[in-house]
Design a protein around this ligand. Structure first.
Ligand code: KMH
Ligand code: ZN
Length: 280
């Protein structure tokens, strides 16, 4: 990974995820209205991209196409954020349904580079599935964000790019997802190891630390020239004993850190230039 440090910081917000129950955390945005309100406030706070998981009327995770399409459309109408749909879904989602997420025509999609233990569950990403999803992103002009939960996922990214070439847009953007119980720890040491192992073709990368690793990972990412992902998918407490009440709090803090690092938050136009997403 040889890229020069970008003068600005891409902040991605992951507002919902598939793991937290609305009943346990009522501040989690799960309805379309809540997602749009969240997207709007997070954009104002400094986010340039949103990583979306969708919920059904009972606030349970779903990959229903109509809901995915409605969310993509609604966020596009009310913000200029880059819309990234999760193809990871929940640990219970079948692989074929996860492939169909691309039918909703997002700007970007997550693409996890391998299977990983996920708490007491398994987040399954067999290599043939990774290849199939990658080929479909190339055919459908969707920019993938390679999700790296472990060092082995970095090795798999070398293999994928060697076999199938560059993504649509010819930029290679990764996200280190750190501190998942079963994946790499959310530490500066692990981040540095993963960044050093990345293919030379990587043009940008962000990092997120789950739970209480969020700050250590954010500081390490900025120190190494990386970008930031934050949000209630990954972090539900703002500080010890202080629950997050809105995703914009986490985005605002990330923007403050980026400002302190003298790499202020980039706009969504700058992020489009960085990631080469298709104009839709
Ligand atoms: N919900 C996790 C099992 C992604 O969005 O692509 C997977 C996940 C990764 O959140
Ligand atoms: Zn996700």
């Amino acid at each position: 990974m040889t890229t020069a440090v970008h003068p600005r910081t891409l902040i991605t917000v992951a507002p919902t995820g598939a793991e937290t129950a609305k009943a346990d955390f009522p501040a989690l945005p799960t309805t379309l209205e809540e997602l749009v309100e969240t997207a709007t406030r997070c954009e104002a706070a400094g986010a340039a991209m949103i990583h979306l998981h969708i919920r059904d009327d009972e606030a349970k995770p779903t990959l229903e196409l109509a809901r995915l399409q409605a969310a993509v459309e609604a966020v596009r109408e009310s913000t200029s954020l880059i819309v990234q749909l999760s193809t990871g879904g929940s640990v219970h989602d079948p692989l074929d349904e996860r492939l169909k997420v691309l039918d909703a025509e997002p700007d970007s999609c997550s693409l996890t580079m391998g299977t990983v233990n996920f708490g007491d569950d398994v987040f399954s990403n067999p290599y043939p599935f990774v290849c199939e999803l990658y080929k479909q992103t190339q055919e459908r002009a969707v920019v993938p964000e390679f999700e790296l939960f472990d060092l082995g996922h970095v090795a798999a990214l070398h293999r994928l790019l060697d076999s199938f070439g560059l993504p649509y847009g010819e930029r290679v953007h990764c996200d280190l997802v750190m501190g998942v119980p079963g994946g790499m720890p959310g530490t500066a040491d692990a981040l540095v190891a993963a960044v050093h192992a990345m293919p030379d073709a990587v043009t940008s990368w962000s990092a997120t630390g789950i739970g209480r690793t969020t700050l250590a990972v954010a500081f390490a990412s900025l120190a190494k020239g990386g970008h930031l992902r934050v949000g209630m998918e990954d972090t539900l407490t703002f500080a010890r004993g202080v629950p997050v009440t809105h995703n914009a709090e986490l985005v605002g803090r990330a923007a403050d850190l980026a400002e302190l690092a003298q790499r202020p938050a980039m706009s969504s136009d700058e992020a489009r230039e960085l990631l080469h997403v298709k104009r839709r």
